[in-house]
Design a protein around this ligand. Structure first.
Ligand code: ADP
Ligand code: MG
Length: 844
């Protein structure tokens, strides 16, 4: 920074700057503007494309205060931490320099503003602590108060959990940060954009963290949350809460409990599968369109939407829990009229969780309170509809749906019909709620009328026709009587001033009225603010109970959504078992099925039983539907285990503990790894972690290297999955290596399937039907033709193919003759790459 003489304002700026995280930019309120200085000005002006100016040699930029709603989201989206310093007094009334204060610090993980949040996702601030052999990961959604912590062994699982949470920011100690920087590959690298925030090591001090949490939760011990003897989890939770509250700069009493959870209770999906299976978003897009969630989500409330999203990302592993959800979905689906009524009723409910959050830490306004009342008011309707169902899970949820008649009534009687968004605009409190306020308001508006009433009355009482009620700034309201009528002035008038031909009087009544009229508007606003505050505090007492009800309602909404989806797309109830079967009759890919419309998608069966049918080897030409089919299998398992009905005529499922996928040649150039390396890393991950209860979906492994390499690897992987006692899992293996089909002859659990195609002249027709048996043709050239490869190339390819096929009998001659010719021909054109496949072939 330039060495400059500090004005008092600049001194204040410096102090404010020193009190915020060093990496945050400071938006400094100056009159009607937020101004930024020095490096902050450079950063903000470049992100927001504002003009950078110079004042006394230092850079600055700024924007009008009302543009904050536009600019703040853009800064936050760009990953900038923002601190806001507001003026704490009216500059016109300030003596000396205006008092300013940091009112909040907004980081990606500490957002509470509705405008910056997506209604359909939680926004997690996370915190990572390295314990003995495990990680402790705390996650806190300040906007809803959801607070969880888990312990995770292994970096892979940690990265996956980050992905699942969609964490935006992670708080770590300086010490851990230093370790991450020293050791290559130590820092987990989730796919989501994650901001690492480092804080002092003492945030993680166990007894400090423990005390901090106990004070927050108002408890004497954390044992009730299952945190006994888990110092790493306590440190992580304490540190994240401290960081959050420091940035919020207010009490966050809606964060009043923490849940210890375990990854083992849900179906494990590694990061790659989360992505490949396009569970909540597609590989390329953001947003749920085209994903499994996109098909399933018929929720009516944002809480229900977030709940369903979490269910998709964390299918269950527990038989009874799954069956409980299936029972509820089934009951809803079997009663479409009640379901429709229930969904319509729930549709009125707004984001209760976030309203409660804003009431606690944000700037909740009168509309929030009104929405709260409207939302809570439908709960009795929801309860009585739920009472129609004799299903344990629905009964439990209904039991947690408490009613809040006093709160609803209080808010409804207090808040005006259409309250303004800003408290300062006035008119937030309903007429008739508070007598003093009513009077103040009528004083302001009816003041003039009262005065003329008094004038009229006094004229009649005194008989002085010319008597006037007037006002001046020296002594306010007064009564003026002309000299001629002075004899008629009553006793109770108090003389104030004598003029040439008139005298001025005041009366106690007039003075009382005057004090009411003058500043009545100001007073009304202040009183409104006070009443609103009281109302807010009244509502805050219900925080935990509303959170509980909101969570139950979210569950009902998610279950109703699954039922609606089942109804719309004709899903059936899966049957859940503890053995290793995975038997599907006429299954459909949920996303393609919904996208293609009724009866267009060709259904297929699946037979896996962990014994004679452990591995399905699926061959068939490109574009036949192999990838679709094996993904479909994984998606059906996800659906069944999250408690959803499935797009199939029937499904029998022995519970799966993990789904592994290796699908397509996903390039990961951004991470500097070659496609083949990525493929092998993913395959290694599968082979090292698979269990006999797992489902493995392999699509074309061994593609990124030479044919013989690839085939050998694919072969060995298939054998290992089938034979090794640590695996013996259920596997679907789609491959273009026909050679692999020989495995079925030597391995009892391996069975060949192919996707049927019909040849029609020199055309092929894809039947999309998975049938037993192997194919020996890949139809690659047919597909190339379909794709528009020029005819001469197709013809030449057919000639080469024929030669190569003959070469299988007389390899030496044919192989050496053919490619050399080709290479020579291409060399002449000067476009042969040294790594060319053809050259490799020649060398064989
Ligand atoms: P492969 O992996 O065999 O090359 P894909 O699974 O990628 O083939 O399928 C290619 C296309 O065929 C898909 O994009 C889809 O549009 C269509 N398709 C696949 N399976 C079916 C099916 N069962 N019914 C209808 N269309 C399908
Ligand atoms: Mg494919």
């Amino acid at each position: 920074m330039a060495d400059i003489n500090l004005t008092p304002m600049m001194q204040q700026y410096r102090e404010a700057k020193a009190s915020i995280p060093p990496d945050a930019v400071l938006l400094f309120r100056l009159g009607d503007f937020y101004e930024e200085f020095f490096e902050d000005a450079e950063k903000v002006s470049s992100v927001l494309e504002l003009t950078l100016t110079r004042r006394q040699g230092y850079p600055m930029c700024g924007f009008p205060y009302h543009a904050l709603d536009t600019y703040l989201p853009r800064l936050v989206a760009a990953g900038v931490k923002v601190a806001i310093a507001e003026q704490m007094e009216d500059p016109r009334l300030a003596k000396g320099i205006v008092k300013r204060q940091i009112t909040r610090v907004i980081t990606p993980g500490t957002i509470v503003d509705n405008a910056l949040l997506s209604p359909s996702c939680n926004n997690y601030l996370t915190c990572l602590v390295q314990g003995k052999d495990v990680w402790a990961l705390a996650s806190l959604d300040i906007s809803t108060g959801e607070f969880r912590v888990c312990r995770i062994a292994g970096n892979d699982k940690l990265a996956t959990e980050f992905n699942r949470l969609g964490a935006r920011e992670c708080v770590i100690s300086h010490r851990l940060d230093a370790r991450f920087n020293e050791e290559e590959g130590a820092r987990p690298e989730p796919r989501t954009k994650l901001l690492w925030t480092t804080v002092d090591n003492d945030y993680f001090d166990f007894s400090f963290a423990e005390d901090f949490l106990k004070r927050q939760f108002k408890v004497g011990t954390l044992d009730g949350f299952g945190l006994r003897d888990l110092p790493d989890a306590v440190s992580a939770a304490g540190a994240v809460l401290r960081y959050a509250t420091e940035n919020l700069r207010q009490d966050a009493s809606h964060i009043c409990r923490i849940e210890l959870y375990s990854l083992d209770s849900s179906l494990e999906l590694d990061s790659i599968s989360l992505r490949n299976l396009e569970l909540v978003e597609t590989m390329f897009g953001t947003g749920k369109n085209g994903s499994l969630l996109g098909v399933l989500d018929h929720t009516e409330t944002p809480m229900g939407g977030r709940k369903l999203r979490n269910w998709v990302l964390r299918p269950l592993c527990d038989h009874d829990a799954i069956v409980a959800r299936l029972d509820a979905v089934g009951a809803f689906r079997d009663d479409p009229l009640t379901l429709a009524e229930l969904r319509e009723t729930i549709g009125v409910v707004r984001d209760l969780e976030r309203i409660v959050g804003r009431l606690n830490v944000g700037n909740a306004n009168a509309r929030d309170l009104q929405t709260l009342a409207v939302s809570l008011d439908v709960l009795p309707g929801v309860k009585s509809l739920l009472a129609n169902f004799n299903v344990p899970l629905l009964e439990t949820l209904n039991g947690r749906l408490e009613l809040f008649p006093e709160l609803v009534e209080k808010i409804e009687s207090a808040i005006a019909e259409n309250p303004p968004a800003q408290l300062s605009d006035g008119g937030v409190i309903r007429a008739g709620y508070n007598a003093e306020l009513d009077e103040l308001r009528s004083a302001a508006t009816d003041g003039k009328a009262w005065l003329s009433q008094i004038q009229l009355r006094e004229q009649e009482r005194t008989g002085i026709r010319s008597l006037k009620v007037k006002y001046n700034s020296v002594f306010g309201y007064y009564i003026e009587v002309s000299k001629a009528n002075l004899s008629m002035v009553p006793e109770d008038y108090v003389r104030k001033q004598t003029l040439v031909n008139a005298e001025r009087f005041i009366t106690p009544e007039l003075k009382e009225l005057e004090s009411k009229i003058l500043g009545a508007e100001e007073k009304a606003k202040a009183l409104e603010a006070q009443l609103f505050q009281e109302l807010r505090e009244f509502a805050l007492q219900y925080t935990v109970r509303i959170q509980t009800a909101a969570d139950a309602l979210a569950g009902v909404d998610a279950l109703a959504s699954l039922a609606e989806c089942a109804r719309l797309h004709g899903y059936r109830r899966p049957r859940i078992f503890e053995d290793d079967r995975l038997i599907v009759k006429a299954g459909r890919h949920p996303v393609l099925d919904a996208a293609m419309g009724t009866d267009k998608f060709v259904p297929n069966d699946c037979l896996l039983d962990g014994d004679r049918n452990r591995m399905m080897l699926i061959t068939g030409p490109n574009m036949a539907g192999k990838s679709t089919y094996i993904r479909q299998t994984a998606l059906l398992v996800v659906l069944a285990q999250m408690g959803s009905f499935v797009p199939a005529e029937s499904m029998e499922l022995g519970l799966v503990d993990r789904i592994f996928t290796r699908v397509g040649a996903a390039d990961d150039l951004a991470r500097g790894q070659s496609t083949f390396m990525v493929e092998m890393v993913e395959t290694a991950n599968i082979l090292n972690h698979v269990t006999p209860k797992s489902l493995v979906i392999l699509d074309e492994i061994g593609r990124g290297t030479s044919t013989f390499d690839g085939l050998s690897i694919a072969w060995a992987v298939a054998e290992f999955l089938h034979d090794d006692p640590s695996c013996r899992c259920r596997t679907q293996f789609a491959t273009h290596y026909h050679e692999l089909t020989e495995l079925a002859q030597t391995r009892r659990g391996v069975n060949n399937y192919n996707v049927a195609v019909k040849e029609y002249g020199d055309q092929i027709i894809f039947l999309r039907q998975i049938v037993p048996g192997s194919t020996d043709r890949s139809y690659g050239i047919h597909v190339a033709k379909l794709a528009g490869i020029p005819q001469p190339v197709i013809e030449r390819a057919n000639v080469i193919l024929e030669l190569l096929e003959k070469a299988a009998d007389a390899p030496r001659d044919a192989i050496s003759a053919l490619p050399r010719q080709t290479v020579k021909a291409r060399r002449r054109k000067g476009d042969v790459d040294e790594n060319d496949d053809m050259i490799q072939l020649r060398l064989l």
